[in-house]
Design a protein around this ligand. Structure first.
Ligand code: UD1
Ligand code: MG
Length: 477
């Protein structure tokens, strides 16, 4: 390829059939907005510049592109009124005013996120080799779709594209459909766009009319692309079909990279997740979301939901654990039923067990909180042991306070640690203690009242109860 192609993405359409408050191109496929998929493919194909043509909700769409790719990384052209795909591209021309006529522009539909970068490169190469300076993708839809049909002449040259609404019954029988991806020499684009007229059933300026112009120059090149790769999204049924195809693609990628999935159909991995290490094992119902990363030999059991989480090698996540914006070290054990809320950091060999909730808490190497605890705004030293029912009372109704439990400390069951408070290295907190003052290193903290055993009390109590009951039976009724 001589010069990096310019890429236009048509994304101004209303997406009326989505029946949504969100612009169609911002609906997510495997966790990533539809439009971002296409921008990524364009960048991977070596695009020199990417111009997104926006209309509907253009400010929100631009903000989302800036957040994902960096401010201004994607140029924006505004199509104030949606008067057809030809008009959309007209609106993008001022953005490439200074570019020379021999530059190649790839024009991509903004609502078909599964297009591969190799396919864009293929389109651009075909355009460069085509005398008429135009190439496009054709496809054969797997069901009846209102797509433009590719009309060829007797020699098989591409004569024109006829839109579904404008097609004769004979033309509707044509199998080859226009997928809405093109590559064209900028010089031809500039000239041909000026001649577009809205003399069709929809009253729109059709980009597809470029094909008839190219016919006069010797005919455009059509490249056949698989339907699954180029199928677009018009409503939520299409959205779910594309979602399924995207997830299949993502899962196959990771399985080929050495990840075991017991049931890929019920394993949900977002597109931006990764890397996933070798011999990672994923059970059914696992959801890996956001920018989650997982090291070698990690086991993630049924029903775990990880969002923006990093897990190091050899760690086990037992069933139904929910982890968000957190880090877990090597050989750790989490779950079943653990809840790691944002900014939890669990170091190597630590254990977090059932019904333990952590938030903004650092659990250091080998520390254990195996049952029923809330650890918030806390630092738990290495090898510390947190008994069942331990609660860090981090919130006083106004602000949050920190609990520090130093290395090797032992927190007895059913204890409350009223923050801010520190339990010194190796100290013991007796079961049922409410800690309100710092506990010195090596000390025992106790706030329980002394136990009293009253000999024979239970027997006497039962006897008295039985007598009362008998007397009652004789009297009332
Ligand atoms: C278009 C093609 C059709 C092709 C089909 C494949 C034309 C005239 N027809 O039809 O041959 O088979 O795609 O999906 O091009 N858009 C704008 N501004 C507009 C109109 C559309 O930016 O004024 C954008 C849309 O947001 C969308 C893309 O262009 O991303 C395609 O538009 P759409 O209205 O879906 O075109 P179709 O009628 O489906
Ligand atoms: Mg469409």
């Amino acid at each position: 390829m001589s010069q990096a192609p310019i890429v236009f993405i048509m994304a101004a359409g209303l997406g009326t059939r989505m029946k949504s408050d969100t612009a169609k191109v911002l609906h997510k496929i495997a966790g990533r907005p539809v439009l971002h998929w296409i921008v990524l493919a364009a960048k991977q194909a070596g695009a020199g510049r990417v111009v997104a043509i926006l209309g509907h909700q253009n400010e929100t769409v631009k903000a989302s592109l800036d957040a994902a790719f960096g401010p201004g990384a994607v140029d924006i052209a505004i199509q104030p009124e949606q008067r057809g795909t030809g008009h959309a591209v007209q609106c993008a021309l001022p953005a490439v005013e200074k570019e020379s006529d021999d530059r190649i522009v790839a024009i991509l539909a903004g609502d078909a996120p599964l297009l591969q970068s190799e396919r864009i490169a293929q389109l651009v190469e075909a355009c460069a080799a085509n005398k008429a300076g135009l190439s496009l993708l054709s496809t054969v839809p797997d069901r009846d779709m209102p797509y433009g049909r590719l009309v060829r002449d007797r020699e098989g040259l591409l004569e024109k594209i006829v839109e579904d609404v404008d097609a004769t019954p004979e033309q509707k029988k044509i199998k080859d459909a226009n997928a809405s991806f093109y590559a064209v020499r900028l010089g031809h684009l500039r000239k041909d766009l000026q001649t577009l007229r809205a003399d069709n059933k929809k009253g729109e300026l059709y980009l597809t009319d470029l094909v008839a112009h190219a016919y006069k120059r010797g005919g455009a090149t059509a490249i056949d692309a698989p339907w699954e790769e180029v199928s677009g999204i018009n409503d939520r049924v299409d959205l779910s079909a594309v979602e399924a195809a995207a997830r299949r693609r993502v899962n196959e990628h990771w399985m080929r990279a050495g990840v075991t999935m017991i049931d890929p159909k019920s394993t949900y991995i977002d597109a931006d997740v990764g890397p996933l290490g070798k011999d990672v094992w994923l059970a059914p119902g696992v959801c890996l979301r956001g920018k989650t990363q997982i090291g070698d030999h990690v086991r993630v059991d049924t029903g775990c939901v990880l969002t923006d989480v990093t897990v190091a090698a050899h760690t086990q996540l037992k069933p139904y654990s929910v982890l968000t914006e957190s880090q877990v070290g090597e050989r750790a054990q989490i779950g079943p039923f653990s809840h790691l809320r944002p900014a939890s950091r669990i170091d190597d060999d630590a254990h977090i067990g059932n019904f333990v909730e952590t938030k903004k808490t650092h659990v250091m190497q080998g520390a254990k909180a195996n049952h029923l605890a809330y650890l918030g705004d806390a630092s738990i030293g290495s090898k510390a042991n947190i008994g069942a029912g331990t609660i860090t009372c981090n919130y006083d109704g106004v602000s949050k306070h920190k609990t520090t439990i130093e290395e090797g400390a032992f927190i007895g069951s059913d204890s409350q640690l009223v923050a801010p408070v520190t339990v010194g290295r190796g100290a013991y907190v007796g079961s049922g203690t409410t800690v309100t003052k710092d506990v010195p290193r090596g000390a025992l903290a106790l706030t329980r009242v002394k136990q009293v055993n009253v000999e024979g009390w239970a027997d006497r109590f039962r006897e008295a109860q039985a007598k009362r009951k008998k007397a009652g039976e004789g009297g009332e009724h």
